[in-house]
Design a protein around this ligand. Structure first.
Ligand code: ZN
Length: 301
């Protein structure tokens, strides 16, 4: 383990040196870097919670008495190093305690390693998902390269600085950063605190309540609720209007779905803010529709 910590520390230091110490110099002369920074959106949810978005890349940070919690880590170390600096400035501190992965997809754990000092929390199935996704690095590199090339072509064909252009630009940048991590063999920092059913963590002035949803969008989807802040994080389980994102059509986890929906309903009256895995803020109506959709789907089975 100490070896890994050293590797992550070195990566962070290198990222910091290349992206941090030179940042004044680089950002003033590097239009690409400036463009990226200009497209990072920071949304203050409350005094203690901020949401950072770069296109579909998103993470939330929560400042507690026992340190900073980060929910999801983006797709890459390059972009997440930028988000880390924003969080440090915002909360005037860098005591990152935990990063929670809402599920085991690369666009949620790719930047874990940037939070060197933090422990990573995720559902136990994340470990298997991550190892499956990484077991063919050659194929992964090729796929990422194709995606970058595809976005590059689209970018050339679109009119500069339009909404469409910005969307393609952020996508290209995300995948290019993921490609760079894969090419440079940046190790993935995997969850080292895992759970199979539920996990609660006391952060002094905030409680992290987590529950496994059951197989749905992935095999490791969890819900994260902070009662003191009335916030629920839903990962990629659903989007606007409560549309569930189900990958497993066999619905083997009906029982778990029911339990998780009951868990949500118990908290429903107190939930004020719902944030999904790509930084969209959903409404309580969206959440209620999702609950109904899931219950209907499992009844039809
Ligand atoms: Zn996902």
């Amino acid at each position: 383990m100490p070896k890994l910590v050293i590797i992550y520390s070195l990566i962070y230091l290198l990222t910091f040196l290349s992206d941090g110490c030179n940042s004044h110099k680089v950002s003033s002369i590097d239009p690409m870097s400036q463009k990226i920074d200009s497209l990072i959106e920071i949304q203050k949810i409350s005094k203690q919670c901020i949401l950072i978005k770069f296109g579909a890349d998103a993470l939330a940070a929560i400042n507690t008495k026992k340190g900073i919690i980060v929910i999801d880590a983006g797709i890459s170390s390059g972009l997440t190093a930028r988000y880390r600096k924003i969080i440090e400035n915002e909360f005037e501190g860098n005591d990152f305690t935990y990063v929670i992965n809402s599920h085991g997809h690369p666009d949620h754990y790719g930047g874990n390693g940037i939070f060197v000092e933090a422990r990573i929390i995720g559902h136990v199935n994340c470990l298997q998902e991550i190892s499956e996704q990484l077991n063919n690095p050659g194929k992964r590199l090729k796929n990422l390269s194709n995606v970058v090339e595809d976005y590059d072509q689209q970018l050339k064909a679109s009119e500069s600085n339009t909404v469409e252009w910005k969307e393609i630009f952020t996508q290209k940048t995300r995948y290019l950063n993921a490609y760079n991590d894969a090419k440079n063999l940046v190790p993935v920092k995997q969850p080292d605190i895992t759970f199979s059913d539920r996990l609660n963590i006391d952060m002094g002035d905030a409680t992290l309540e987590m529950i496994y949803f059951g197989k749905c969008h992935s095999n490791s989807d969890i819900l994260i609720y902070i009662p003191e802040m009335a916030i629920l994080f839903t990962g990629d389980l659903f989007s606007k209007y409560g549309r569930p994102d189900i990958n497993d059509t066999l619905m083997t986890d009906r029982e778990r779905w029911h339990q998780a929906i009951q868990w949500i309903e118990k908290r429903m009256i107190n939930i004020k803010t719902i944030i999904d895995g790509h930084g969209d803020i959903l409404s309580v109506d969206d959440l209620m529709s999702f609950n109904n959709n899931i219950l209907n789907k499992s009844l039809k089975e």
